[in-house]
Design a binder for this molecule. Structure first.
Ligand code: GLN
Length: 456
């Protein structure tokens, strides 16, 4: 814990940690020492963690990287972080992210950009760590903490993990409680571990997972022993390679990464099978209707009355002006764009044309996966991202749709509620890390992690 606190103090330029909780860290670390001495150390005893700012942590600022939650200190602890403290983990502080987890580059944060600790060969240009869990990814990659929590609505654990050379797991929807995690798109959001290794991911998921009566979408099914599933034996397993993910214009380096990954799995005794997921091309448009729709509804609660920021009012301003000014000041541009898109696709005249159609597409996407798994496929191998980390500012100024294209390989997994993991498996010609994604059967994170072990 002390070593991490020193690293954090030295790494201010990365802008990964945005609220330090040194006192809490030292108290928890001392308790961990005592438990170890008494011989009753739980699974994460003394492990120093960073927590994404989307998690409500009692008494500590929890702002979802938004000005609208300025000054908000929750009276309660999210279920997932509470479970981590019960397992003996130590809280180092809160981590930067895209505002309300909307973004793929950590450039929409009210705290400012996060800098990826990696650089292109021979270049000093600052790169994005990805998003929205960019602070989590940068902090783990730069050894500021041993692991971090992330959340993934459309790729926000897996894409930043790929951009920083770490392991990021999005569990099955319902595996971890969403209670106390600031909502973005409730039918897609899921918390997960961001770690240095696959084994760490298994241990941390074990501590985070489980049914919670306070979240009706958390599943009341047993949590298996994930670490016990890590045998490294995948002989006879069937791995699907979906042909729709072979996008036109895919960089040769990503093609090579993908085929190298397939070779690693084949060498370990798995059978590689060409599969089809025919509705893949509709996933991104469906996601960018459903996610903003749910966001516009979830973010309606930030009205200047209940949480955080309230605008200063002028003479004659009434409650409508209070709402309008508060929301105009408190939300950044990307959040405002999502609220507007979401409100539009849910409006009476367009509901059927957009929102309802997107929901039907979502069902078709899920059926594609159901079919493949029914045909005996154990896991699906794809690239995690269409490229390595790009430069800060490189995409932010472009058409927002360019940024949305980053999520092309990851959003299907959220729409179908499946577990997905990004594993660092290679590097591009500039020396930047690249990740491969494995997608597993629902509730079979153990098996998924075991496949991931072979790629590590
Ligand atoms: N990049 C996607 C978005 O901006 C995904 C974000 C996420 O998973 N939280 O919506």
């Amino acid at each position: 814990t002390e070593a991490c606190l020193t690293e954090i103090a030295d790494a201010g330029a990365l802008n990964a940690f945005v609220h330090d909780t040194e006192d809490q860290a030292r108290t928890q670390a001392a308790q961990a020492d005592a438990r170890i001495k008494n011989g009753d150390a739980p699974s994460m005893c003394g492990i120093p963690l960073g927590i994404k700012d989307l998690f409500c942590t009692k008494g500590t600022p929890s702002q979802a990287a938004s000005n609208i939650l300025g000054g908000f200190r929750p009276e309660y602890e999210s279920t997932v972080t509470g479970k981590l403290w019960d397992a003996g983990a130590v809280m180092l502080g809160k981590l930067n992210m895209d505002e309300f987890a909307m973004g793929s580059s950590n450039e929409t944060s009210a705290y400012g950009d996060v800098v990826n600790p990696w650089r292109r060969k021979g270049s000093d240009a600052a790169l994005t760590p990805g998003g929205s869990s960019g602070g989590s990814a940068a902090a783990v990659a730069a050894d500021l903490c041993l692991a971090a929590t992330g959340t993934d609505t459309g790729g926000s654990i897996r894409q930043p993990a790929a951009f920083t050379g770490i392991t990021g797991l999005k569990p099955t929807y319902g595996r971890c409680s969403r209670w106390g995690i600031i909502a973005f798109a409730s039918s897609l959001d899921q918390a997960g571990p961001m770690t240095k290794t696959v084994r760490d991911s298994a241990i941390m998921l074990q501590a985070m997972a489980g049914h919670d009566a306070k979240d009706s979408t958390s599943a009341d099914i047993p949590v298996p022993d994930f670490e016990a599933a890590l045998t490294g034996d995948i002989r006879g397993k069937k791995i699907g390679l979906p042909r729709e993910y072979r996008m036109e214009g895919m960089p040769a380096e990503i093609e090579k990464l993908w085929s190298d990954g397939a070779d690693m799995l084949r060498d370990a005794g798995a059978e590689l099978v060409d599969i089809t997921l025919p509705h893949t091309k509709y996933a991104l448009p469906a996601y960018y209707v459903i996610a903003p729709a749910e966001a516009s509804s979830n973010l309606a609660r930030y009205d200047g009355v209940r949480f955080g920021h309230r605008a200063k009012l002028g003479q004659g301003d009434g409650i409508t002006e209070m709402y309008e000014k508060t929301r105009a000041e408190g939300f950044g541009h990307e959040v405002q764009r999502r609220v507007m898109v979401g409100t539009y696709v849910l409006s009476a005249g367009f509901y059927d044309a957009y929102y309802n159609r997107a929901r039907k597409v979502r069902t078709l996407i899920k059926r594609d996966f159901d079919q493949v798994f029914a045909d005996g496929i154990d896991a699906i191998l794809t690239p995690a991202t269409p490229s390595a980390a790009f430069g800060l500012g490189e995409m932010a100024s472009a058409d927002p749709v360019q940024m949305y294209l980053n999520d092309v390989f990851t959003v299907t997994v959220n729409l179908a509620g499946l577990p997905g993991i990004s594993v660092p498996t290679g590097a591009d010609s500039q020396g930047l890390p690249l990740g491969l994604q494995l997608i597993g059967r629902p509730w079979e994170e153990g098996d998924l992690l075991n496949h991931a072990l072979v790629l590590e």
